[in-house]
Ligand binder design. Structure first.
Ligand SMILES: C[S@@+](CC[C@H](N)C(=O)[O-])C[C@H]1O[C@@H](n2cnc3c(N)ncnc32)[C@H](O)[C@@H]1O
Length: 313
């Protein structure tokens, strides 16, 4: 039996939509690229294989373990990494690179390793502490959300972020059972009030909702999209791979108009003034073949947008 080192378990993550994302992203083999969700480094390695010696790639992740694993795997002078939350992209990147980036990749969500490791508290398949933080930097834990939030806040998180319609009775049950200490206890609370064949989906949705709250995932996505637009040069691209409809809705709106309202500004003559254009022609999904090999790819949706020169036209 071969025993995997902790780092190697990060490499288990199979990069999703790998060829498609790299094909769209690389417009200049000598450019400067950002992999804002470095994870196990799968996409970064593929990107580097397409780039020339004078290119540059910066990987970002907020998870210490992911950074350590990726840095060990990618031994390349063109590569460097930064620890941080991509929601603060413009602060993470040195000012001399602002407006000069050729492509930014956002492969949202969690890596296989994070999901599998019970101590991180993301999985309901195994007993673990209620943590769910992607970063150990700061922030509330799932334990705080589950045990300290008001009924209304808990209900709204489960409903809006988990998209779970039984949010009221689940929130009530969680509160009645406090303290809820582990992932198993949280799962039990959901299963006590939701029955039938969709029970497991409800558990997954509750975990998703709490994870989104803990990591402020939707706020961070909004922030990184806005800042990415400032960071890329004209003709630069942003490729965003999302894994649930809440994320895709945010990406879709932003790529349509360059703002989160999805409102297309017009000039004096009524010509649209969008700073960005979606060039993927809507959603790109993994092939059946990819899904068969990697079930984690099933819900993936990619959109790609390009920054437009507004002085032309
Ligand atoms: C789906 S995995 C990326 C996998 C990677 N593309 C690969 O091929 O190995 C997402 C990664 O993004 C990181 N991440 C998610 N949200 C983040 C954020 N707001 N800031 C920085 N990193 C984030 C997670 O810690 C995780 O390692």
């Amino acid at each position: 039996m071969t025993i995997m080192s902790k780092n190697e378990t990060y490499y288990e993550h199979q990069p999703v939509l790998l060829d498609e994302s790299i094909d769209y992203l690389v417009t200049d083999s000598s450019g400067i690229y950002i992999d804002a969700t470095l994870g196990g480094g799968g996409h970064s390695l593929a990107l580097l294989s397409q780039l020339d010696n004078d290119a540059q790639l910066i990987g970002i992740d907020q998870d210490d373990e992911a950074l350590t694993a990726a840095n060990e795997r990618i031994d390349d002078p063109r590569f460097s990494s930064i620890k941080g939350n991509f929601g603060y992209l413009s602060r993470l990147l040195p000012p001399e690179l602002h407006g000069k980036i050729t492509g930014i990749l956002l492969d949202l969500g969690l890596s296989t390793h994070q999901i599998k490791e019970a101590e991180r508290g993301f999985t309901f398949q195994e007993e673990g502490p209620l943590d769910m933080r992607m970063s150990n930097l700061r922030g509330v834990t799932a334990h705080q959300v589950v045990n300290e939030y008001s009924y209304e806040d808990l209900r709204d998180i489960i409903y809006h972020y988990g998209e779970e319609r039984h949010s009221r009775k689940i929130a009530r049950e969680i509160i009645d059972r406090r303290p809820v200490e582990t992932t198993t206890e949280l799962r039990d609370a959901v299963e006590a009030v939701v029955y039938g064949q969709h029970q497991i989906k409800s558990v997954a949705r509750v975990f998703q909702g709490i994870r989104i709250e803990v990591n402020r995932e939707l706020d961070m996505l909004r922030q990184v999209l806005e800042q990415s637009l400032d960071m890329i040069k004209i003709g630069g691209r942003i490729a965003a791979i999302s894994y649930h409809s809440l994320e895709d809705r945010i990406v879709k709106k932003f790529f349509k108009a360059g703002n989160h309202e999805g409102k297309i500004e017009k000039d004096f003559y009524g010509h649209p003034q969008t700073p960005i254009e979606e060039i993927s022609g809507g959603i790109i999904r993994p092939s059946e073949e990819e899904i068969e090999k990697n079930s984690a790819a099933r819900s993936a949706k990619m959109r790609v947008a390009e920054k437009i020169d507004q002085s032309e036209g």
